[in-house]
Design a binder for this molecule. Sequence first.
Ligand SMILES: [Zn+2]
Length: 77
Amino acid sequence: MAGYCLSCGAPLNKEFKGVSEEYCKYCTDENGNLFPRERVKQGIMMWLKEWQPKVDDKKAAMRAEYYMKAMPAWAED
Ligand SMILES: [Zn+2]
């Protein structure tokens, strides 16, 4: 089993893998259903701010949006 979360790009390894085969446990509920876009976005914002604490909310939101556009689960085409 190898792969990456289609929603946030996390590697689906022991640490991130949940019930779902396509998404990590942070992007899904306990049944493996993908969370709504806004909720995933909040998660990605928190993650961005963890390694760049100086980034404010507005910037983090913009970067999360940009990042999510590259993810299969959220891409708009
Ligand atoms: Zn994920």
